[in-house]
Write a protein that binds this ligand. Structure first.
Ligand code: OKP
Ligand code: ZN
Length: 343
């Protein structure tokens, strides 16, 4: 399996995030990708290649133009106003307020285009996530040229980013950009399988009313787990998309057996959808040692995920999402990919 590696990932380097009112070192850090790259090399997964530039077009199929324009210039604007370091939002248009008017004020626009204060917008955020989109699109080109599977190794992650908002460490939704590009290059139906610990609320936002892209997400129950306000089982899609959204929330602390039962259910629903290609939002924060998540998978469980996904026999794009146990992230990701290759 080829890896498309985003060498620009390290341009996104947040100094801190906020946790319980305290400034703490950011969990989503450059070392994450370095350790995954080392594991890809160590296990001889396959060739490691650089992304080819694809322009704004395929990004704008998924994200709104005002949002993309904002992201591109946000940090420079912040600096011009006298900001130092990373930018954080501090005010949001909650129920009863207007989100249909884009204010001129920078802090107001930070709030309009985000849903949490946990996602530092840094000097290199745009360059890093934009290169991540190029990686996803380069991977789609390879699938279209006949590759069976491709791994997109990028950060920051993407699955919390919606049509016009960032949050949960995510800015552009690389998995959604890939799914849309697969549609636009001839796949009639595409499935997205999100195995990150956190619900893929951004991906759900983007495809919720569409019947051509099926989303299955297995995640910590939003009643107690981030992102809290989406990811319940009764969210099944709307309009043309009714029935094309599957959420499987599991209680924090759920046993490994429950997680694999959820995976089998998700895979059978994907199979019934008869997609032409699969995009996997590959987070490994389901690991027992993850510092911000509460499932119990062990390193030895990860190959089984890849083996099961391979049974679908679909052209498959794996896009890197979360996983914050830095010392184990490489083995866990490589385990999934090797399991897929072996099957
Ligand atoms: C991104 B991805 C921890 C707070 C957690 C956001 C978590 C985002 C996870 N102090 N805040 O889905 O792995
Ligand atoms: Zn996650």
């Amino acid at each position: 399996m080829k890896t498309i590696y985003n060498a620009a990932h390290s341009l996104h380097r947040a100094a801190h995030e906020f946790f319980r009112g305290e400034k703490v070192p950011a969990f989503e850090k450059p070392e994450r990708a370095d350790w995954v790259l080392a594991a890809v090399q160590r296990t001889n997964l396959g060739e490691i290649i650089a992304p080819a530039p694809h322009g704004d077009g395929p990004i704008l199929r998924v994200h709104s133009k005002p949002y993309v324009d904002f992201l591109r210039s946000a940090h420079a604007e912040y600096l011009a106003l006298g900001g130092t370091g990373d930018a954080f939002p501090a005010a949001w248009p909650i129920r009863g307020m207007r989100s249909d008017v884009e204010p001129k004020n920078f802090a107001a626009r930070m709030g309009l285009y985000s849903f949490d204060s946990g996602s530092p917008l840094t000097a290199g955020t745009w360059a890093a996530t934009r290169a991540g989109a190029d990686c996803a699109l380069t991977a789609v080109d390879l699938l279209n040229a006949g590759e069976r599977s491709v791994f997109v190794l990028t950060r920051p992650p993407g699955h919390h980013a919606g049509r016009d908002f960032f949050g949960g460490y995510c800015f552009l939704n690389h998995a959604a950009i890939a799914a849309q590009a697969l549609r636009d290059s001839g796949c009639a139906r595409v499935a997205v399988l999100d195995v990150d610990y956190h619900h893929g609320n951004g991906t759900q936002d983007i495809f919720y009313d569409r019947g051509d892209v099926f989303l299955a997400s297995i995640h910590g129950d939003p009643m107690t787990e981030y992102p809290f306000f989406l990811g319940h089982a009764d969210e099944t899609g709307s309009g043309d998309g009714l029935g094309a959204n599957l959420n499987i929330p599991l209680a924090a602390g759920s046993p490994v057996e429950s997680w694999f039962a959820a995976l089998d259910h998700a895979l059978s629903r994907i199979e019934a959808f008869r997609p032409d290609a699969l995009v996997v939002s590959l987070g490994v924060d389901t690991f027992e040692g993850d510092p911000i998540s509460h499932f119990k998978l062990k390193t030895s469980d990860y190959p089984g995920i890849g083996e099961r996904i391979a049974q679908l026999k679909l052209p498959t794009l794996f896009a890197m999402e979360g996983g914050y146990a830095v010392a184990e992230i490489g083995d866990n990701v490589a385990g999934v990919l090797q399991g897929f290759e072996r099957a």
